[in-house]
Design a protein around this ligand. Structure first.
Ligand code: SAH
Length: 213
């Protein structure tokens, strides 16, 4: 079946991602390949590839394509990794990750969102994504440690269980700040040492949980 959205995705990559400095071929290919419109409400399909976030159920949002690409690129995935995502939401970010690593584990606290994401993963045959309904600030201990961890909701600090479940070497990215504005923080674990780097300013929905708000 031909994908009538492919051309629109190619344009998204050429106009929104490349000019802003996304260069990782694996990330660009994943952004070109994953049908983002499948992850939003039917009524929003025509806006799925716009340069903005969109609402999903339960008052949550699917991030702007550029932010998804930027956070994914920052993890520097090579293909063999086991990745943990906190905040499945629509499932789009997990889907992008699943195209460029070995296995994705994703945790969401809202059941209707998780159920919706699972349906899309099945439809698209993205079989290397495992999902769990839980407070993701606690991580997902049984499958750790993870080569990379991405949190897609904003918290007051980096949850300690996630640092513990991060492999060495490993990279974790999370928006940290107050409830309105955060900074993407990258935590790099290497030979037992933790290094923190701040990337760009962002606005995410709240990370709600034991180590969140
Ligand atoms: N990655 C998602 C973005 C969803 S918005 C996507 O691509 O669509 C952030 C999500 O984080 C919301 O669905 C919210 O319910 C979820 N969330 C917030 N706090 C959480 C927690 N402690 N554990 C798991 N999920 C959480």
């Amino acid at each position: 079946m031909s994908d009538k959205y492919l051309k629109i995705r190619e344009r998204m990559v050429d106009e929104q991602l490349k000019p802003r400095g996304i260069t990782d071929e694996k990330v660009l290919q994943a952004m070109c390949g994953v049908p983002r419109h499948e992850f939003v409400d039917d009524a929003l399909c025509s806006r799925a590839y716009g340069d903005f976030p969109l609402p999903i159920a339960s008052g949550q949002t699917i991030s702007q394509p550029y932010i998804v690409a930027c956070m994914t690129e920052a993890l520097q995935l090579q293909g063999h990794e086991k990745v943990l995502e906190i905040g499945t939401g629509s499932g789009y970010q997990a889907a992008i990750l699943s195209r460029i690593c070995e296995q994705v584990f994703t945790v969401e606290r809202i059941n209707v969102l998780l159920a919706g994401a699972r349906r899309v993963f099945d439809k698209l045959k993205y079989y290397n994504i495992s999902t769990k309904l839980d407070d993701g600030t606690l991580g997902w201990q049984e499958h750790g440690p993870y080569d990379a961890i991405m949190v897609t909701a904003g918290g007051p600090r980096v949850p300690e269980p996630l640092i513990e479940q991060l492999a060495d070497p490993g990279r974790l990215i999370i928006p940290v700040g107050d409830q309105h504005l955060q900074e993407l923080q990258m935590v790099i674990k290497n030979e037992g040492v933790l290094e923190s780097v701040s990337l760009e300013k962002v606005r995410f929905v709240n990370l709600v949980g034991e180590y969140g708000w």
